[in-house]
Design a protein around this ligand. Structure first.
Ligand code: 1CP
Length: 356
């Protein structure tokens, strides 16, 4: 039996008890009550509680300690009343059980040794995600104990996005080395994406079994690809992951940073929610994604305006839509570190009071 066919058909306890929450209802397009809202990177550096925690522990130590993870995840829920929590972790630690070392230096994450040749892909070790990432699943259980009434999203990066860091070794604006590797070594590229896909499936299945009420896949870097490349190097693997999670009956969310060129392909994916980045008109995205819920997409830079302007822009976004039953309000990318707290409150209050 492959890891992908092991999915159980029993709905997890958390999902069953939270089925009536605004967030879960909206994911399935059936929300008649207040519009749910959360923001990507809601536990990050803009939050004084997070900065205080980071003075005591390093980023990786935080990610590896379930009680810290529970605290970082629940702080923004308690402060703002967000309708969903997102497990505090990062997308990159999943590279560790595959044989990479991970460091968070001042200039951003560093992955070593970066993949330079097809042999490096072959050397990627046989990994046991279920045991090696146990601290993450412990984090999920700790969060569920701390905030049982809030739907919790599990997290993973898309295989293409993780491959970007495995090949480049760090962040980049264009990931040229990655595209060059894909074209020069198509077989090795496929093997790499296959390995990451299998690991991601187990990783997300275990997060759901530990209590996650939904999962969000972050495809942060596919936006650099042509439509054909996106289809071959990203969509195919995303689709395999969602297929392997289907029987868990929890909402499956995808965020593609720069969705517009691929929206017709994404519309065909078997998943419940599509995150829309700030570049795209939200109403247009809603029309292009029949049968799916949408999540987004206020530009994070708008939060640097005064609270009245934040409210006005938020209302404009909400008023542009044909339906709100399938909407999860969010930002169009992660919240930026110096964002004023009052703007986040204005965003949440405006969404919550739009439709009671
Ligand atoms: O304290 C610190 O300075 C660490 C900053 C930080 C934080 C708060 C990093 C390093 N990651 C995170 C948390 C994080 N990252 C979460 C937690 C949950 C939440 O949203 O509150 C999640 C879901 C992520 C996901 C993530 N990490 C993505 C996908 C989302 C996106 O922004 O497109 C990506 C690309 C990363 C890699 C990463 N991790 C951290 C940084 C600075 C980066 C970007 C590196 C780069 O490419 O330059």
């Amino acid at each position: 039996m492959t890891t992908e066919s092991k999915a159980c058909s029993i709905a997890p306890v958390g999902a069953a008890s939270l089925a009536d929450s605004a967030f879960i209802r909206a994911c399935f397009g059936k929300n008649k009550g207040r519009i749910p809202v959360w923001v990507m990177r809601q536990a990050g550096r803009y939050l004084p509680e997070y900065r205080a925690l980071r003075e005591k522990v390093s980023f990786l130590e935080l990610c590896r300690t379930p009680e810290h993870v529970a605290l970082a995840t629940s702080d923004p829920i308690k402060r703002f009343g967000f309708d969903a929590a997102i497990m505090f972790s990062d997308i990159l630690p999943l590279l560790e059980p595959m044989g990479f070392e991970l460091e968070y230096a001042k200039g951003g994450p560093q992955v070593t040794p970066a993949i330079k040749s097809p042999d490096d892909v072959k050397r990627m070790v046989e990994y046991d995600v279920a045991s090696k990432m146990d601290y993450v699943f412990g984090g999920v259980r700790a969060i569920k104990e701390s905030i049982p009434q809030t739907p919790l999203l599990g997290v993973a990066g898309s295989p293409f996005t993780l491959a970007c860091y495995a090949i480049e070794g760090h962040g980049s604006k264009t990931f040229d080395t990655v595209k060059q590797f894909m074209y020069k070594h198509p077989k090795a590229a496929e093997e790499l994406l296959d390995k990451i896909t299998s690991a991601t499936i187990v990783y997300l299945q275990e997060q759901i079994k530990a209590g996650a009420d939904g999962v969000q896949l972050f495809d942060s870097w596919s936006g650099i690809l042509s439509v054909g490349e996106y289809s071959a190097w990203s969509l195919k693997y995303t689709s395999r992951i969602f297929e392997a999670l289907k029987s868990y009956n929890v909402p499956r969310l995808l965020f593609v940073n720069n969705l517009a060129p691929y929206i017709h392909l994404v519309a065909e994916l078997d998943c419940e929610v599509i995150g829309v980045d700030y570049r795209m008109d939200l109403a247009m995205a809603q029309r292009a994604l029949p049968g799916k819920a949408i999540q987004g997409n206020l530009d994070p830079n708008i939060l640097f305006c005064d609270p009245e302007e934040v409210s006005r822009r938020t209302r404009m976004m909400l008023e542009s839509l044909d339906s709100h039953d399938n909407l999860i309000a969010n930002l169009g990318h992660g919240i930026l570190p110096p964002t004023p707290i009052e703007s986040v409150s204005a965003f949440v209050e405006t969404v919550h009071s739009f439709r009671s």
